[in-house]
Design a protein around this ligand. Structure first.
Ligand code: IVH
Length: 688
C-alpha cells in the first residue's frame, strides 16, 4: 500500500477509520470483510506511521485500544427536523373526524381535494429511529428521545443486517435523515425469548420491548445477537431537497436506495379506501410476520402536508388508526390446575375480566410450573395478558411495581384436583402429571374429546359438551363404549331428542370407516400427533405389526426419536389399551389397506422417496394439508419439526420459528413457487 510521504496525517486517519470498521465487523458482527493477515498489515502500517510521527499518536488510536470497547453512555443526538409522534384514532368515527379536519383545512388553503389521496401503511410496533446518511453513507443513527434530541446508537444500528451502511444507486442527497421503525419479527422474538428462558435469562413480555431493549445496549455485541429488523416510513431533513413530491414516491425512492420499506404499503384515494385498508390489514394482522398496532393514513401530497402543518406533538396530515390492543393488564384472582388428556396439569389464571385482543378474557393459561416460577406470578398481582388471534390467551408477565404486600405464591398441588391421584413431575420435564391414568375422570374426558375430534375419528356432532354429558350420565367410560350407544338413553339426554340422537348414531357409524393414520392419532398416544401417526401408518400398514414393533425398530423410522418410540411401545404394552383396540375393531372400525409397499412401487413413481419436508406458514395456492398430501403422494415424508434430517423447509407467508430453526441449521428453504416447481417436476402415479 503506497502512502504519499507528505500526507502521513491523512493516511493515519484513513487507516484508523478502516481498522475501526474492521474491528467492529470482526468483534461485534462476526462478519469480517478481510483476512486476519490483511488486518494485521493495516495495523502494522498504522503502527509504523505512528512510530515515525509520534505527534500523530492519540490515546484512542486502534493501536492503543484492544478490539472493540463498549460505550460508557449514549451521546445525545439532535434531530435537524424533530421526530414527531402520531395522533390516534380508536374508531371509524375518529378516523372520519380526521378526514373531515384535513379537508376543512385544505379548503382554507383553496384546495378542494386531496391531490394524491392518502398513503397508507401498517403501524409497526417497535422503536422509532432516525438514520443520517451523508452522501449515501450511514454516519449516525439516533433514537427518538424527546423528539428534539435522541440518543446516538450508530454502533448498534450497524448490527442490523437489513440496514445498509451505504445506499445503493446514485445521486444521494448530501444530508438525508431516514425515519423508520426498528422491530423484531414475531418468529425471531419467540425463538429469542425461548432461548433466553432456557438459559434462565430475562424474558420479554412482547417483541416491542425486546426490540427496544436490544437497541439500547451499551455494548453493541449484545445488540448484534438480537434478531432485529427495520422498515423505513419517512424522511426528516433532506438537503438538497431532491426528493419526489408525494410520500408514496419517497418511499419508492428509499426502496431504490436499498432501504427496507414495508411491502404492505399502499395508497388510498379517500377515506373509504383507508377504511378498507384498515379492514384488510386487520384481517391479516396475525399472519403478518411482525407486530402491528394499527395502520397509518398520511396525506400523500407533500405540499398539502405542508399546508396542514403540525401541532406541537404530531402532524395534522397523518393519523394512526389503532386495532384492539393484544395486551392488557388485569388482576390475577386465582390459579387453578386443569388436567389434560395425558394427565398434564396446566396452571390456569382466573382473572378480573379484561377486554383484550377484541374479546373479554377471564381465564388465561400459565403454561406450566416452570413458566409460572420464571415469571414469578403471584395471586393478587397485576399481570400482562395477551390474546392474539386464535391463540389461547396467556399471562405473559407481571407488573412487579404493583405487587400488593400479601401477594400469594402458587404451589403445585400434590394430588390431582379431579381424581386425587398423586401428581408426578419426571426429572427434566417441565410438565407435572396426574398419575391416575384412565381412572382419572379428567383424562378420560379429554381422551374421548380427542378421539371424536375432526382430525381424529371425525365423529360429527360429538362436541365437548356432549362428551361431558355422556360421561356424567354414565353412558360411556372409554372410547370403545361410544360404539355401544343406543337410541333410547341418548334421546333422553338434556337438549338431545330422538332426531339428534339418531344423527349421532349415524355419525358414529360413518366414523368406523377411517384411515390407519387417523385411528392411530385418535388413540392419543403421547407425542404422536397427526404427522407421526401418518409416518407410522406409512411404515406399518398393518396395525398388528406396529403393535409388536420394538423401540429399536420404531426408531428406524425417520423423525421418530427415542422418546416417541418409547411412548408408542409403552402404549401397546398396556392390557387396557389392547382391550380397547380389540373392542374398537370388533365394533367395526376399519380402514383400507395401503396398496403396494413403497419398496415395490415403480422406480419413478415416488421421486421424493426418502426426503423429509417441513411445511410452515400460509401458502396461497393450497392449504398446508394439501401440500403435505401432494408431497406424500410423491413418496416424501412430511414432518412437524425441523431437524438435521430435514431435506428442506417449505415456507409460506408468516412462517414462524420452524423457518428460523431451518436457517439456524442451514437447511434449504423453499418458497411456494419452488414447492410448485418441485411438485410439477416430480409427478408420480398417485397413491391412496
Ligand atoms: S409516521 C410525523 N409511520 O408510531 C410522522 N410512524 O405513534 C411520524 N410508527 O413514533 C411517524 N409505524 O415510531 C409513522 N408507518 C409508520 C409507523 C410509525 C410505526 C411509530 C413511530 C412513531 C409512532 C407514533
Amino acid at each position: 500500500m503506497s502512502t504519499m510521504p507528505d500526507e502521513p496525517r491523512q493516511r493515519v486517519q484513513q487507516l484508523r477509520t478502516q481498522i475501526n470498521e474492521h474491528n467492529y465487523r470482526y468483534h461485534v458482527l462476526d462478519a469480517p470483510l478481510i483476512s486476519d493477515a490483511q488486518f494485521d498489515a493495516l495495523l502494522r502500517e498504522l503502527q509504523a506511521l505512528e512510530t515515525a510521527h509520534p505527534e500523530l499518536l492519540t490515546p484512542d488510536s486502534p493501536t492503543q485500544t484492544a478490539g472493540f470497547a463498549p460505550l460508557k453512555a449514549f451521546a445525545p443526538a439532535v434531530h435537524r427536523v424533530p421526530m414527531l409522534s402520531l395522533e390516534n384514532a380508536f374508531s371509524e368515527a375518529e378516523a372520519e373526524a380526521f378526514d373531515r379536519r384535513v379537508h376543512e383545512r385544505l379548503r382554507k388553503h383553496g384546495e378542494a381535494t386531496l391531490r394524491a389521496g392518502y398513503a397508507v401503511e401498517p403501524k409497526l410496533d417497535g422503536l422509532a429511529v432516525s438514520l443520517l446518511y451523508a452522501h449515501g453513507e450511514l454516519v449516525r443513527a439516533a433514537t427518538r428521545g424527546d423528539g428534539q434530541t435522541g440518543e446516538e446508537v450508530t454502533q448498534n444500528i450497524r448490527t442490523i443486517r437489513v440496514i445498509p451502511w451505504r445506499l445503493s444507486g446514485a445521486q444521494h442527497p448530501a444530508h438525508l435523515e431516514v425515519r423508520g421503525e426498528v422491530y423484531m419479527e414475531k418468529a425471531a422474538f419467540a425463538q429469542f425469548n425461548a432461548q433466553a428462558a432456557a438459559q434462565g435469562e430475562r424474558v420479554f413480555v412482547n417483541a416491542r420491548n425486546a426490540a427496544a431493549g436490544s437497541l439500547r445496549q451499551l455494548d453493541a455485541r449484545l445488540t448484534a445477537r438480537r434478531p432485529l429488523s427495520f422498515f423505513a416510513y419517512g424522511v426528516g431533513a433532506c438537503e438538497p431537497a431532491l426528493l419526489p413530491d408525494t410520500h408514496s414516491a419517497i418511499l419508492e425512492q428509499l426502496a431504490q436506495w436499498g432501504l427496507p420499506v414495508c411491502p404492505e404499503r399502499a395508497t388510498a384515494a379517500d377515506l373509504a379506501g383507508c377504511l378498507a385498508y384498515y379492514q384488510a390489514i386487520g384481517a391479516r394482522r396475525d399472519a403478518l410476520p411482525y407486530e402491528i398496532d394499527g395502520v397509518v393514513y398520511k396525506v400523500n401530497q407533500l405540499d398539502q402536508q405542508q399546508q396542514l402543518g403540525s401541532a406541537s406533538r404530531a402532524p395534522r396530515w397523518a393519523i394512526a388508526h389503532k386495532y384492539a390492543a393484544q395486551e392488557q393488564t388485569t388482576t390475577l384472582l386465582d390459579v387453578q390446575f386443569q388436567v389434560g388428556r395425558t394427565g398434564a396439569l396446566t396452571p390456569v389464571a382466573r382473572l378480573a375480566p379484561v377486554f383484550v385482543g377484541g374479546a373479554t378474557v377471564s381465564n388465561a393459561t400459565l403454561h406450566n410450573m416452570d413458566e409460572l416460577r420464571r415469571k414469578d406470578v403471584r395471586i393478587g398481582d397485576t399481570v400482562w395478558v395477551r390474546r392474539a388471534g386464535e391463540v389461547i390467551p396467556e399471562v405473559v408477565g407481571v407488573v412487579l411495581e404493583q405487587r400488593p404486600p400479601h401477594a400469594q405464591t402458587i404451589s403445585l398441588p400434590t394430588q390431582c384436583p379431579e381424581c386425587q391421584a398423586e401428581v408426578i413431575t419426571l426429572p427434566g420435564e417441565a410438565v407435572a402429571r396426574c398419575s391416575g391414568g384412565l381412572y382419572c375422570p379428567a383424562q378420560r374426558r379429554e381422551a374421548i374429546k380427542h378421539f371424536a375430534a375432526r382430525r381424529a375419528m371425525d365423529i360429527e356432532g360429538l362436541g365437548d359438551k356432549l362428551v361431558e354429558q355422556l360421561l356424567e350420565q354414565g353412558l360411556v367410560r372409554t372410547v370403545d363404549e361410544l360404539y355401544q350407544l343406543h337410541l333410547a338413553p341418548l334421546s333422553a339426554l338434556a337438549r338431545m331428542g330422538p332426531k339428534s340422537a339418531q344423527n349421532l348414531l349415524d355419525a358414529l357409524d360413518r366414523s368406523k370407516h377411517t384411515t390407519l393414520a387417523r385411528f392411530l392419532f385418535a388413540l392419543g398416544i403421547r407425542e404422536v400427533g397427526e404427522a407421526t401417526a401418518r409416518l407410522l401408518a406409512q411404515h406399518y400398514p398393518d396395525l398388528d405389526t406396529l403393535m409388536q414393533a420394538s423401540v429399536e425398530e420404531l426408531q428406524q423410522i425417520p423423525d421418530i426419536g427415542p422418546v416417541v418410540a418409547q411412548h408408542i411401545h409403552q402404549f401397546f404394552r398396556q392390557p387396557h389399551h389392547l382391550q380397547i383396540i380389540e373392542r374398537l375393531r370388533q365394533a367395526g372400525i376399519h380402514w383400507d389397506q395401503a396398496p403396494a409397499a413403497p419398496a415395490l412401487a415403480a422406480a419413478n413413481a415416488l421421486p421424493l422417496q426418502g426426503q423429509s419436508y417441513v411445511l410452515t406458514g400460509t401458502l396461497q395456492s393450497m392449504t398446508r394439508e394439501q401440500a403435505g398430501e401432494a408431497l406424500r403422494q410423491r413418496g416424501a415424508t412430511v414432518s412437524n419439526s425441523v431437524s438435521k434430517k430435514t431435506h428442506a423447509v417449505i415456507a409460506g407467508e408468516a412462517a414462524g420459528s420452524k423457518l428460523s430453526k431451518a436457517e439456524a441449521l442451514g437447511i434449504p428453504i423453499l418458497d411456494e413457487a419452488a414447492l410448485l416447481a418441485l411438485l410439477q417436476n416430480s409427478v408420480s402415479s398417485p397413491r391412496q
